[in-house]
Design a protein around this ligand. Structure first.
Ligand SMILES: Nc1ncnc2c1ncn2[C@@H]1O[C@H](COP(=O)(O)OP(=O)(O)OP(=O)(O)O)[C@@H](O)[C@H]1O
Ligand SMILES: [Mg+2]
Length: 477
């Protein structure tokens, strides 16, 4: 804005004077310059529009009757251009031509200047238009700030999620990688044992025994056994001693795997009754091979299943492949949010869900509601320092769908409850909170969905209640 204000609170600006009659425009320009404005002159509509596209003007003084392109056409073109639409236009007209003035005002001109000019009237009208321009510019810059704020809102929620997501994906991906590395080693070991057994001349009965052993082993491999280290050591040395006494090589190598498979000396004794010494060694190696293979496959399946679950949750969480407004299942949104925040919750938050069985779907912006759940649950876990009880409740209370999210943290002092939803209000240390979470949530629930969000808090219980209407009447972006 190249407007300045002097002590009398009058503004000066850059004014475009458009008149086909040279004497008129020069006269006007001179008066304006004397009043402190800067001016540019144009002799017709085409020239005027060309100037407006390259130079920023605060006000345009526009003659109506001009050859080639008249004032109406200039107004029409200005209206069609979002960059020019907001420049105030004052039309110049003879006092007796009130019909043309009315038409120009209908087309968006803000005022008119009667001919012949009176410098005081001219100045008064220009001042009003300059003020108007100043307000419009201010409004525009607020709007710009608002847009920037909205963008940082989206980033704020994304930031909360992505930190946890990296953690959550890391473990299963590592398990899959480890599994893939072990797979070839395990299958080779098993194949070698298999060939040896093949040449060991097993009877029908022995083969049947192996088949049932195989089923048991694979069954065992689906249960990840976590043994206490000391108990484990005991069991291993017991088995190692048994193997040594049975003259089986590499007992120290076989024992840990046999413990994993829940083998004990009773089981070994049973096997020893059915297989001779040589056969038994092959059988054990083969069994370990089968077990290792099955466990590695289980690890890979679990790991990739977990990755798939996270990706699926992420996809529905962001409603990536769907329209911005759809029929939203609130329970699905809450559950996906819990999956997304699992890393943060798993340290010590117990989640209690009391979902209403007859909650209707609502027409809403699914991704944005998920941002709200994320922000509120994130706050609750922060308030409880990662340890406590989290309650999620839903119910249908015509005409509202009601969602309540409660924690048993320390509560919110009454003195700050009124400021919770203000942008940038935070009690967290710099770098830990931006103070946008609840402001974003408020915008989403109230402005975008026509709902309400309230908080009820005392020591040991803070409950955020969200009410949403069935249908979304808001179309605001
Ligand atoms: N469940 C809660 N228990 C206690 N205090 C809360 C709770 N929820 C919000 N608050 C308070 O409200 C403040 C504002 O929350 P808001 O989510 O808007 O910002 P923030 O969590 O500080 O930062 P962020 O932008 O990262 O979310 C918090 O700093 C906290 O003091
Ligand atoms: Mg927050």
């Amino acid at each position: 804005m190249d407007m300045n204000s002097d002590a009398n609170n009058t503004s000066v600006g850059h004014i475009l004077v458009v008149d086909d009659y040279a004497l008129n425009r020069l006269k006007l320009a001179r008066i304006l310059e004397q009043q402190g404005h800067t001016t540019t002159i144009a002799g017709n509509g085409i020239e005027a529009l060309a100037l407006m596209r390259t130079t920023a003007f605060d006000v345009v003084l526009l003659d109506i009757v001009m050859p080639e392109m008249d004032g109406y056409q200039v107004l029409e073109q200005m209206n069609a251009n979002s960059g020019l639409r907001d420049i105030p236009v004052i039309v110049i007209s003879a006092v007796d031509d009130i019909d043309s003035v009315v038409r120009c005002i209908e087309m968006g001109a803000v005022d008119y200047l009667p001919k012949p000019y009176n410098p005081t009237v001219l100045n008064a009208r220009v001042q009003t238009s300059l003020q108007r321009k100043k307000l419009r510019d201010l409004e525009r810059s607020y709007l710009q700030q608002e847009i920037m704020l909205r963008q940082s809102e989206k980033l704020a929620t994304l930031g909360k999620l992505s930190a946890g997501m990296a953690h959550e994906l890391n473990n299963p991906v590592a398990a899959v990688l480890r599994g893939a590395q072990h797979l070839s080693e395990a299958s080779e070991r098993q194949l070698a044992a298999h060939f040896k057994l093949d040449r060991a001349g097993l009877s029908e009965h022995q083969i049947a025994l192996l088949e049932s052993l195989d089923r048991e082993i694979r069954d065992e491999a689906t249960k990840p056994g976590e043994l206490n280290a000391l108990i484990r050591l005991d069991k291993e040395s017991e088995i190692e001693a048994w193997l040594e006494q049975a003259a089986i090589d590499n007992g120290w190598d076989l024992a840990p795997s046999l413990v994993n498979m829940s083998f004990d000396t009773d089981r070994l004794n049973m096997l020893a009754e059915c297989f001779d010494g040589n056969q038994l060694e092959f059988v054990l190696n083969w069994a370990i091979g089968r077990y290792t293979l099955a466990s590695v496959l289980r690890e890979i399946a679990e790991g990739s299943g977990r990755v798939a679950e996270i990706v699926r949750a992420l996809k529905t969480f962001t409603y990536l492949d769907q329209a911005p407004i759809q029929n939203v299942d609130i329970h699905e949104g809450l559950d996906n949010t819990l999956i997304m925040l699992r890393n943060k919750l798993k340290q010590g938050v117990s989640v209690h869900r009391a979902y209403s069985a007859d909650l209707p779907l609502i027409e809403a912006r699914g991704t944005e509601l998920n941002q709200v759940w994320t922000n509120i649950i994130d706050n609750a876990v922060d308030a409880m320092n990662g340890h406590g009880e989290l309650y999620l409740r839903t119910r249908w209370e015509a005409p509202w769908v009601v969602v309540e999210i409660e924690d048993n943290g320390p509560g919110i002092p009454e003195s700050i409850q009124g400021r919770l939803f203000d942008p940038f209000y935070t009690t967290k240390a710099p770098g830990e909170g931006t103070g946008l979470g609840l402001n974003i949530s408020h915008n989403i629930i109230v402005q975008k969905h026509g709902g309400s969000i309230t908080v009820d808090s005392q020591p040991d219980s803070t409950c955020f209640q969200i009410k949403l209407p069935l249908a979304n009447s808001r179309t605001e972006e």
